[in-house]
Design a protein around this ligand. Structure first.
Ligand code: NAP
Length: 311
């Protein structure tokens, strides 16, 4: 089978297509013929030697990637049989081996793909909405009527965050550049902030939950926006001890969360997709051979929705 290995941490030239044997599945795993893969910023960060590279470098040369959709072609699990269409985020933050024609996947990390969505839409709806679902229902419990601020609401994670927060009954405000205002509002956001022009200091703390997908340069804005008793969930960077203490002294709970694989949570995502309560937006698709271009595009931080590789 064809797979893409990361030869060394570095630029996109380090991604190389090779021929290797298909993986051999273990008990409770399935072999998935991959139909589509989604690309996340963590793919590019890890390729460059950042992200989770330090955690997984001992398995070099690595096969990157975590998000797949495809067809089960062999099963050692009671959960799935040959021919089942599945999708999920595999093994994160360990090695996912997703940049390949066939992937050995723990059945417990997959869900059945709704028949009504494409493989591309399914692959797009893995790590990103899983992060949102876990953040908003497990790290925090978003309640109906709460005011939720989503930074980078047009992004891969953010566009799911708007829809899932709305599904949970929140009053949702999304930030983006002005050019993406209509996109964010069409996702269902109740209000929009152009983060380039907004006066964070001048506006009163208002939000019950701030979902920060942007990182260290943004976290102080999140602190200005959240009200006493509220929560900041950061996914793009850790929360320093100093920042956690500062938040605590203002009565605010600030935390970093890292997504984890979960077939059960993927079942919920599948149901939201099936019922059109969440609709993925695919910005661009690439063929497998153009993985390097997909990495370069995600590194622009200017994409709207998701980037997907088609096999
Ligand atoms: N901890 C976890 O488990 C976890 C899970 C998933 C993702 N993440 C991290 O979360 C971050 C976001 O992921 P993603 O997939 O959503 O990324 P993405 O799709 O690349 O985000 C692109 C969006 O970011 C917006 N943006 C860029 N700079 C911004 C800024 N300064 N302020 C506000 N928005 C800005 C852009 O909006 P405009 O063009 O409208 O400006 C663009 O639409 C990444 O760092 C990723 O690694 C962490």
């Amino acid at each position: 089978m064809k797979a893409i290995i990361l030869q060394q941490p570095g630029n996109v030239d380090q991604l190389k297509i090779i021929e290797i044997a298909e993986p051999i599945i273990k008990p409770d795993e399935v072999l998935v013929e991959v139909k589509a893969i989604s690309i996340n910023p963590i793919d590019a960060k890890t390729r460059a030697g950042n992200g989770i590279y330090q955690r997984i470098k001992d398995q070099s040369p690595l096969i990157l990637g975590w998000d797949i959709s495809g067809i089960v072609v062999e099963s050692k699990s009671n959960k799935f049989k040959n021919g089942d269409e599945v999708f999920g985020m595999l093994e994160f933050p360990k090695v996912g081996n997703a940049y390949a024609e066939y992937v050995a996947a723990p059945a417990s990390q997959l869900a059945l793909k709704p028949a009504s969505i494409s493989y591309e839409e399914a692959a797009a709806s893995t790590l990103a909405p899983l992060t949102v679902w876990q953040a908003m229902t497990q790290n925090a419990q978003v309640q109906s009527g709460q005011k939720v601020l989503i930074h980078a609401a047009a992004g891969g994670v953010g566009h799911y965050a708007v829809q899932i927060a709305k599904y949970l009954g929140a009053f949702v405000t999304g930030t983006s550049s002005e050019v993406n205002r209509d996109f964010v509002l069409q996702l269902g956001a109740d209000a929009h902030i152009d983060y380039h022009a907004y006066d964070w200091e001048g506006n009163r703390a208002y939000f019950d939950l701030v979902f920060d997908t942007v990182g260290p340069d943004n976290i102080e804005k999140s602190l200005l926006a959240v009200k006493e008793g509220g929560t900041i969930i950061s996914i793009a960077s850790g929360i320093s001890e100093e920042f956690a203490e500062k938040s605590k002294s203002k009565g605010i709970n600030a935390m970093f969360m890292l997504v984890h694989p979960s077939g059960e949570d993927m079942d919920v995502i599948a149901s939201l997709l099936k019922n059109k309560q969440v609709i993925p937006h695919i910005y661009k698709t690439f063929p497998f051979a153009e993985m390097a271009a997909a990495h370069q595009l995600i590194e622009s931080s200017r994409t709207v929705g998701k980037i997907v590789i088609c096999l």
